[in-house]
Design a protein around this ligand. Structure first.
Ligand code: ZN
Length: 51
């Protein structure tokens, strides 16, 4: 899975992988829910990430 430009997506995906690596599946599920909610509420690339 590619690392997204969006910092929020990146943080949530990292946290999900982290949780799965320690078999904390309830935390991983939380991260997936938060990621979906983040997308629903308008995922955007922060303006300060322009080159
Ligand atoms: Zn995002």
């Amino acid at each position: 899975m590619p690392v997204p430009a969006c910092q929020t997506c990146h943080d949530l995906i990292t946290a999900e992988r982290d949780a799965e690596s320690v078999h904390d599946y309830s935390r991983a599920t939380d991260c997936r829910v938060l990621l979906r909610r983040h997308h629903t509420h308008g995922h955007q690339t922060p303006p300060d990430q322009n080159p």
